[in-house]
Design a protein around this ligand. Structure first.
Ligand SMILES: N[C@@H](CCC(=O)N[C@@H](CS)C(=O)NCC(=O)O)C(=O)O
Length: 203
């Protein structure tokens, strides 16, 4: 088993944090997406979407998409549960995970991909307006998170979950994406301090 990833990219970091929380060690193989290694035939035959991360099982089965990879490991090692417990808990995690992915990580990624000179080879063409419009949308999601975090310790409730992982990775990626984090979101800051001080955040 191995994971093809790019150490500096946000989506692989989601999987690394998830595995660190689970206490699972998987060998990683670096793919330099900035040099286009993910567009080579060998990588493309594993993942035609040409994206990292990719999990390759011992029998050659390929799983791509960060959350699909995380779900695989949730099933093989259920504790600690990171996708919630029971009907309500699982639904809450799913809801927040999707919100964090679609309304925070996707906007941070769009701002980076459409505005940052380093992403010019990845995003062709770069559309400046798409990048700019993503910034206030990401900030709006932070405000929604702040209101939720006034009531709960973690984003989907009282337990740390994959939704927190996606949110943490997205917020950290706002730095290279050059999206400012509003200073007046006290609940968000309290949560950010706690989740970023977990040992897994360094994975
Ligand atoms: N939906 C995918 C997104 C994966 C993704 O966008 N990966 C980026 C790195 S964070 C990538 O491989 N980019 C290469 C490219 O854009 O050409 C997932 O959740 O894993």
């Amino acid at each position: 088993m191995k994971i093809l990833e790019t150490k500096t990219a946000p989506n692989p970091r989601r999987v690394r944090i998830f595995l660190a929380e689970k206490g699972i060690a998987v060998p990683y193989e670096e793919v330099d997406i900035m040099k286009g290694a993910h567009r080579e035939p060998k990588f493309t035959s594993a993942n035609p979407m040409q994206r990292v991360p990719v999990l390759i099982l011992d029998d050659g089965t390929v799983i791509s998409e960060s959350i699909a990879i995380c779900r695989y490991f949730e099933e093989t090692k259920p504790e600690p549960a990171l996708f919630g417990r029971g009907a309500l808990g699982k639904a809450m995690v799913e809801m927040w995970q999707r919100r964090m992915e679609m309304n925070l990580l996707a906007h941070a990624a769009a701002a980076f991909r459409h505005l940052h000179p380093a992403a010019a080879a990845l995003e062709v063409p770069q559309i400046k307006e798409l990048g700019e419009v993503s910034k206030p949308r990401a900030q709006e999601t932070l405000r929604i998170m702040d209101a939720a975090l006034a009531k709960t310790r973690f984003i989907a409730g009282e337990d740390f979950s994959v939704a927190d992982i996606t949110a943490l990775v997205a917020i950290d990626f706002m730095r290279p994406a050059r999206i400012a984090r509003p200073a007046d979101l006290a609940n968000l800051e309290r949560w950010y301090k706690e989740v970023s001080s977990r040992p897994s955040a360094k994975a």
